[in-house]
Design a protein around this ligand. Structure first.
Ligand SMILES: Cc1cc2nc3c(=O)[nH]c(=O)nc-3n(C[C@H](O)[C@H](O)[C@H](O)COP(=O)(O)OP(=O)(O)OC[C@H]3O[C@@H](n4cnc5c(N)ncnc54)[C@H](O)[C@@H]3O)c2cc1C
Length: 538
């Protein structure tokens, strides 16, 4: 991954003319006003401070060549991939860089690294793909003598599939594409496809309770994990990979979502499914977001949801249409038809079904009947295929927008169906008000993308002209949205996790005693407090 953005060099995404005029008209931004990332040589970072004794112990644990403190290694592990991370790193600020990067190749080497760091009081920051958007991988020393980033990408050899039980033991450092490729070779899939799929890892998914784009159908990662193997400074803690258990409170649940503050997840046993032989993705239109939400609720509660279900609100639909517009005759006719049916300011939905062809067709027919009864109009397979093609392209576009001095940030929550619209309005309103008062008109868009019988997630994307003090602007927006989420009855995070950025709202999530309980577990497993300081706990 390039040090200042997403993906690899040469994978640029151009901003279509329609999007450029939208930036000009709605955000009063000047798409020509470029602010590219500084040159790599201009990035500044402090001198490494790893004490000699710690260096010696770590080199003995993983081999001298896997203990790295070259500029490129430290810069690549200085921040995650949130908007504020990218603002800082693009400006040349790598002040958070770790003192060194350590690359173990086995759980035993991880244990040796943790023992050395506990003895030498060196902070350890587990690093999977580094795609955290909540400050989860940024090194914080918190009184420690130094900080090392524990890059888990060499823990990537094991993919043991049990075809009979439909489970797989996976090493934590496997990246999404490699894990799926190797599972696919055995005829199965995990079905976990976060938008960051290309650059995130199995261990990162488990440590953050991640949700993929098809999680309504396949389940969130926390529903898919049967067992984990975790190395902590106090020793190894494993959980049995069994389909279900009544053995008291679940230690697996304690480790899943622990964000590297308790230990290092080295391996996970996950539920897999036969790889789908048939896919059908299609578009639907609703007259309004409220109508679409009501139809989605009925569909989910009737157990008729597709595997992928996304409903964009009016503003997200408008932007999506502008970006995809070809101006063709067919498109114009389609729009006229939707206008005639009262959908001129409507909302688009994408539904994706996967499995055996006859089963997909049967499910699809039932879902379609429910959506039609809820006011939906089928748009056929073309919008679905277009979404599937571009499902990972958003982050590349973000780099382009940052280049053009546009703030582009995302945040997410979940709440009950009864509260969904009210929370949608409250968060969008808080963002518009806060940024509007700073003189930066804002485009706030949202979609529903993970459905549960009792409620759904809301995923917001907002854009504004970037102020000179981009961090102050971001902080104001983030605080306003987070306060609105908590006051409005949502969770502070449905799938991005807590990290550094959501810590102050953790109390509202689990209460004071809840915090003390997690802290007690941390004190037992990590008595020296070396594991990912400054994250998860306020
Ligand atoms: C463009 C973009 C799109 C995204 N889309 C989604 C999405 O669709 N769904 C979603 O859920 N998230 C999404 N995310 C957030 C992020 O990708 C997820 O949180 C992902 O699970 C992180 O995986 P990673 O391997 O990159 O972990 P990292 O970012 O490296 O680490 C995340 C946290 O977990 C800890 N950690 C990592 N590995 C381990 C381990 N083996 N043991 C213990 N702790 C560990 C780290 O210390 C850190 O606190 C997105 C992020 C970006 C930038």
């Amino acid at each position: 991954m390039r040090w200042w953005g997403w993906g690899e060099d040469g994978h640029a995404v151009a901003l279509p003319p329609a999007a450029q005029s939208l930036l000009r008209e709605e955000l009063e931004a000047d798409p020509e006003a470029r602010r590219p990332a500084v040159a790599f040589d201009e990035v500044s970072l402090p001198d490494p401070q790893l004490p000699a004794a710690a260096r010696e112990r770590l080199a003995a644990a993983v081999g001298a060549e896997q203990l790295r403190d070259a500029r490129e290694d430290r810069i690549a592990h200085a921040v995650g991939r949130s908007y504020p991370d990218l603002v800082r790193i693009r400006s040349g600020d790598a002040s958070s860089a770790p003192d060194a990067v350590v690359l173990p190749a086995s759980a035993e080497q991880v244990a040796a690294v943790l023992a050395a760091c506990a003895e030498q009081r060196v902070a350890v920051i587990p690093f999977g793909g580094g795609t955290s958007v909540v400050g989860g991988v940024e090194p914080v020393r918190d009184g420690m003598s130094a900080a090392v980033s524990l890059d888990l990408s060499r823990l990537n050899s094991r993919v043991d599939v049990d075809r009979t039980s439909l489970t797989a033991r996976l090493d934590a450092g496997l990246f999404g594409p490699e894990a799926e490729r190797r599972l696919g070779a055995e005829g199965v899939t995990l079905g976990h496809f976060p938008q960051s799929f290309e650059y995130s890892t199995v261990g990162g998914w488990v440590a953050t309770r991640s949700a993929g784009q098809a999680s309504t159908g396949y389940g969130r990662i926390d529903e898919l994990v049967e067992g984990v193997r975790c190395m902590t400074p106090a020793g190894e803690i494993g959980t049995r990979a069994v389909p279900a258990s009544a053995a008291g409170p679940s230690t697996r649940e304690l480790l899943v979502g622990s964000e590297g503050v308790l230990g290092v997840i080295c391996e996970a046993t996950v539920r897999v499914r036969p790889a789908p032989r048939f896919r059908r993705y299609e578009g639907w239109s609703f007259a309004s977001f409220a109508e679409g939400c009501a139809a989605f609720r009925v569909m989910e509660q009737e157990e008729a949801s597709a595997d992928v279900n996304r409903l964009s609100d009016e503003d997200e639909t408008r932007l999506t249409m502008a970006m995809a517009s070809s101006g063709s005759r067919g498109e114009k006719l389609g729009r006229r038809y939707l206008r005639m049916r009262g959908h001129e300011r409507g909302c688009i939905a994408i539904l994706g079904f996967e499995g055996e062809e006859d089963d997909v067709e049967r499910r699809r027919r039932r879902t379609a009947a429910l959506l039609r009864a809820g006011g939906g109009i089928s748009l056929g397979p073309r919008p679905g295929a277009a979404w599937l093609r571009s499902r990972y392209s958003g982050p590349y576009l973000r780099d382009e927008l940052l280049d053009r001095r546009v703030m582009v940030e995302t945040l997410e929550t979940a709440t009950s169906w009864a509260n969904l619209e009210s929370l949608h309005g409250a968060v969008a309103g808080a963002l518009r008000k806060t940024l509007g008062e700073r003189g930066t008109p804002t485009l706030v868009m949202c979609h529903v993308s993970h459905l549960y019988p009792s409620g759904a997630s809301l995923y917001f994307t907002f854009l504004a002209r970037q102020e000179d003090d981009a961090m102050a602007q971001w902080h104001a927006a983030k605080t306003a949205a987070s306060e609105a989420i908590v006051a409005g009855g949502g969770t502070i995070t449905h799938h991005h996790a807590i990290g550094r950025d959501h810590r102050e709202w953790m109390r509202a999530e689990v209460g004071e005693l809840g915090i003390e309980l997690i802290r007690a577990a941390k004190e037992r497993l990590d008595p020296a407090g070396i594991m990912n300081p400054g994250k998860l706990l306020p």
